[in-house]
Design a protein around this ligand. Structure first.
Ligand SMILES: Cc1cc2nc3c(=O)[nH]c(=O)nc-3n(C[C@H](O)[C@H](O)[C@H](O)COP(=O)(O)O)c2cc1C
Length: 280
């Protein structure tokens, strides 16, 4: 297992790729990771596939398309999930694990939920009835030089910037922000959530620590944005990514526990409850 806190810090969205090919050994590792990932913490079946554009003819590869956002990538990981309640969270959780493993191998990635031709990639995935393709990611070595479109994208989404702690983490039934100094052994865990990628860098995750010190995860949904793609809800994928970061960071800090849906006694007003981290 990699150093989760370090790898989470290191990961950024890479949109310009080098021509240096990913070795057969690393490709085999990526393929094994894809195959090993079969269900998320809520139990929804997920399916991942490593796609090599080089194996296709040029016209076919161009038809797949990422609208000029991604340059030079020849490998992609495609993520499919059954369209069920909590499916998006499960997809986000499982795919982020693969993304972090790839980061640990020295490879770049970039979550794509919007700027890719979904129907063409879906054909490659041969979706079963009821299955959705919420996201894909290129995977490869970052280019030495970043293309202008990449720079524009990063500036537009204010890529490295994150909301302040006070906006994300709460206590006292949501009436008071949770300061880093109060978070104790969970400080790095919450920071790992804060560093996570999210669709358009909207950072919709909120955490509430209750009177017993238990953490509950909520979604601050941007309804128009989140519902623009029908059954695919990118902000729910974001929640799965947050669960993944929380869990990996907790494990590294030797905090045992697991995600469960319980009904918290008091919630964050106006936000959608997702899950609770039950210690032990
Ligand atoms: C679910 C999801 C969907 C995303 N979709 C896109 C996309 O379609 N195109 C894109 O260029 N970036 C996309 N991103 C990347 C985000 O813009 C990026 O994670 C965010 O700006 C933070 O930057 P960082 O990943 O470099 O930390 C997506 C990220 C997530 C988590």
């Amino acid at each position: 297992m990699f150093d989760a806190l370090e790898i989470i810090q290191k990961r950024i969205s890479v949109r310009s790729y080098s021509e240096k090919p990913v070795s057969e050994t690393l490709q085999a590792k990526l393929r094994a990771l894809c195959e090993a990932s079969q269900a998320g913490p809520f139990g929804t079946p997920v399916r991942f596939r490593l796609l090599d554009l080089e194996a296709m003819n040029r016209v076919e590869a161009q038809r797949l398309g990422t609208y000029g956002v991604i340059r030079g990538a020849r490998l992609f990981i495609l993520g499919a999930v059954m369209g069920k309640k909590r499916g998006m969270e499960d997809l986000g959780y499982c795919m982020e694990r693969i993304v972090l493993e790839a980061t640990a191998m020295g490879l770049g990635t970039c979550w794509l939920g919007g700027t890719f031709r979904r129907s063409s990639f879906a054909e490659r995935m041969q979706l079963a009835a009821g299955e959705l393709l919420p996201a894909i990611t290129p995977v490869g070595y970052p280019a030495a030089q970043v293309y202008p479109v990449d720079r524009i994208f990063r500036a537009g989404a204010r890529a490295r910037s994150r909301k302040r702690w006070e906006e994300l983490f709460f206590t006292a039934g949501g009436r008071r922000p949770l300061a880093p100094a109060e978070a104790g052994s969970y400080r790095d865990v919450l920071e790992a959530v804060r560093q996570g990628p999210s669709a358009s860098n909207r950072q919709p995750w909120r955490l509430l620590r209750d009177a017993d010190g238990i953490y509950h995860l909520y979604l601050k949904e941007d309804r128009l944005y989140n519902r623009a793609l029908g059954k695919i809800r990118l902000q729910k994928v974001d929640m799965g990514i947050a669960m993944c970061h929380f869990e990996l960071a907790a494990r590294q800090r030797e905090i045992n526990g697991r995600w469960q849906e319980v009904i918290p006694a008091e919630g964050l007003p106006g936000l959608e409850y997702i899950a609770t981290w039950l210690p032990g």
